[in-house]
Design a protein around this ligand. Structure first.
Ligand code: SF4
Length: 336
């Protein structure tokens, strides 16, 4: 299986008045073609920043300070100043023009809140026209609208609604429109950041099902960012768990749910209800993640970890191969 995305030692900092907060701390990972990688963890663990950094869309005052991101292209991509050649390109080294050619066309991003991502003054059709003509200025408006209608129809939205404004749609329909806008350029990699967080559970289930169908139809590779492990159980092939900007554990979804290795992963799973185990006692993780402006030495989970040892307060554990076929960063498994 070919890797579409490769992230190497990525570091992202936010420079705040109080000091520097390292939101992504030397993250390395790969995403295989047609796989869905779930990024999981509590709020503030760096998963959204990592997703945005892959597209070089980290909001101010955030900055990629080190590391590299590579994307595999399956064809040459011409742009104003040249051609990006088929094969692996380094996203972190592209100039703005080349980056614009890759964004939307090769990698698309679905943001959390569709209402703030859609322009309330524009009809849905105008959003489609803007995106399509930005990548293909010769495309006629009518052709762009037809492409938009096709995508809307595949998401269960009547094509004639392309003339409506965002406020005329329900929350679930607006999120479908956002998914449609992200897919209209037929990207290879889709990064979906909490795409169903603001929706009720029934609409959430419908949209997740539709996304799974679209993934097949458009041959997509996906990164799905969510704090909801239940969502990942249904949709992800692999899961990477993050804590304080670092990767704790990566495994296939099945393995992670059946045989979690990292104490943080185990604690997260113990806090999720399971309808197949009505007697399961739910627990919570005591305390809160540390302040990233004042990072702790060693493993930053140590104040909350029931298995913490002396070494955990001194040394950062490295990712090592775990017994279940995944990788884990914990001194219990020799990560020193
Ligand atoms: S390294 Fe130590 S503190 Fe961190 S998760 Fe493992 S056992 Fe717990």
């Amino acid at each position: 299986m070919k890797d579409i995305l490769r992230v190497e030692d990525l570091i992202v900092d936010y420079v705040t008045r109080r000091g520097v907060a390292r939101a992504v701390d030397r993250v390395s990972l790969t995403v295989g073609e047609n796989r869905t990688l779930g990024l999981a963890g509590e709020s503030g663990c760096g998963k959204s920043t990592l997703g945005r950094a892959i597209m070089r869309l980290v909001p101010y005052p955030g900055k990629i300070v080190d590391g590299r991101v590579f994307l595999d292209l399956d064809e040459d991509i011409p742009y104003e100043n040249g051609v990006l050649k088929k094969g692996e390109v380094e996203i972190t080294a592209l100039d703005e023009e080349a980056l614009r050619a890759v964004r939307g066309k090769e990698i698309a991003y679905i943001f959390q809140d569709p209402m703030t991502s859609l322009n309330p003054m524009l009809r849905i059709g105008d959003h489609f026209v803007q995106i399509l003509q930005a990548h293909n200025p010769e495309m006629e408006k009518d052709e762009a609208l037809e492409r938009g209608k096709e995508v809307l129809e595949s998401l269960g939205i009547l094509p004639e609604r392309i003339g409506d404004y965002p406020h005329q749609f329900s929350g679930g329909m607006r999120q479908r429109v956002m998914i449609g806008l992200s897919l209209v350029m037929r990207p290879r990699l889709l990064i979906a950041d909490e795409p169903t967080t603001s929706l009720d559970v029934i609409v959430e289930a419908q949209i997740l099902e539709e996304m799974a169908q679209l993934k097949e139809k458009f041959n997509l590779t996906m990164i799905l960012i969510t704090h909801n492990l239940g969502v990942l159980a249904q949709t992800a092939d692999d899961i990477a768990v993050m804590y304080t900007g670092r990767i704790c554990e990566v495994a296939t979804t099945e393995t992670l749910f059946e045989d979690p290795q990292h104490p943080y992963t185990q604690a997260l799973l113990e806090s999720v209800p399971d309808v197949t185990k009505p007697d399961k006692k739910l627990s919570w993780i005591p305390g809160a993640p540390p302040d990233l402006v004042e990072p702790l030495p060693g493993c930053m989970f140590h104040p909350r970890c029931p298995k913490a040892m002396d070494i955990c307060k001194k040394k950062v554990p490295k990712l090592v191969q775990s017994n279940n076929g995944g990788v884990v960063a914990c001194h219990l498994y020799g990560g020193a």
